[in-house]
Design a protein around this ligand. Structure first.
Ligand SMILES: Nc1ncnc2c1ncn2[C@@H]1O[C@H](COP(=O)(O)OP(=O)(O)OP(=O)(O)O)[C@@H](O)[C@H]1O
Ligand SMILES: [Mg+2]
Length: 250
């Protein structure tokens, strides 16, 4: 479980996250929605401590940090071990093959042997449909294939939660579909995912729980059916905007 309690984050005078309290369950898919600038990436990145909140508490598994009190490096490592983040642009190591990218963390951080890491990585590459690509370099792959390697690499660290920030927004429609299929499969297998996306159809299909952020506050959390049929005026406006043709948007 990821639990945040009264989380706050500002940059200068600008409040980015405002008194966020939230629980994200194990083995579920949670989708974070909201307009651009609402604080989605900042919230997701604070689960992995890439962005450090100013105050409030973050608890993952049995490890807790109260940000006002500061934290030790050991606490930070323990929290980070519970999550792996996948970015919009896949950030693979360009000088390593696909297999090399996936086994790097397990060998250096999880202290797996080369043969164990290879075996586990091959199973993950099969899971993301890339079993025939282990000797390719990132530059030889499409964006969608690179993103699937990034997902395999995140899974290889055996985290409780995979955090994904707009994982398909840089992809063409076919590559996007391939990545979404992989995520749907992981979700059905009970891998806990926390996904920021602007793809409403995908959000509706995959989410067990929707979290809707507005100006740094959680203004809805609940089931996708409740969210997508909400009569709340601001949620309706958000949904209408997401599905409007780009040319019709102001
Ligand atoms: N390092 C930073 N320094 C100053 N302001 C920042 C920083 N990172 C984010 N912000 C501000 O915080 C707000 C929320 O940003 P965030 O990236 O979390 O939004 P978002 O919901 O992910 O938006 P998008 O859908 O466009 O990705 C924005 O106003 C942004 O300008
Ligand atoms: Mg963002």
């Amino acid at each position: 479980m990821i639990n945040v309690d009264h989380l706050n984050k500002s940059y200068g005078k600008h409040t980015i996250l405002s008194d966020i309290s939230l629980t994200i369950n194990d083995n579920q898919t949670t989708v974070i929605l909201g307009s651009s600038g609402a604080g989605k990436s900042t919230l997701l990145r604070s689960f992995d401590l890439l962005d450090i909140p100013d105050s409030g508490t973050l608890t993952i598994a049995s490890e807790s940090i109260e940000f006002r009190d500061g934290y030790t490096n050991e606490q930070l490592q323990k929290i980070r071990a519970q999550t792996s983040i996948v970015f919009q642009s896949w950030n693979l190591f360009p000088h390593l093959t696909v297999l090399g990218n996936v086994i790097k963390g397990p060998i250096s951080v999880l202290k797996k042997s080369q043969s164990e890491a290879n075996r586990d990585a091959r199973a993950l590459l099969k899971q993301v449909g890339l079993e025939n690509y282990e000797n390719y370099y990132p530059v030889q792959l499409s964006g969608g294939q690179q993103q699937r390697v990034a997902i395999a690499r995140a899974l290889a660290m055996e985290p409780k939660f995979i955090l994904l920030d707009e994982p398909t927004s840089a992809l063409d429609p076919q590559s996007e579909a391939n990545v979404l299929n992989v995520l749907s499969k992981l979700s059905r297998q009970g891998q806990a995912l926390v996904i920021v996306t602007h793809n409403m159809a995908f959000a509706r299909a995959i989410a067990d729980e929707i979290v809707f952020l507005e100006a740094g506050k959680v203004s809805f959390s609940g089931s996708p059916s409740a969210f997508f049929t909400s009569k709340n005026e601001r949620i309706e406006r958000f949904l209408n905007k997401q599905t409007a043709l780009p040319l019709l948007e102001d």
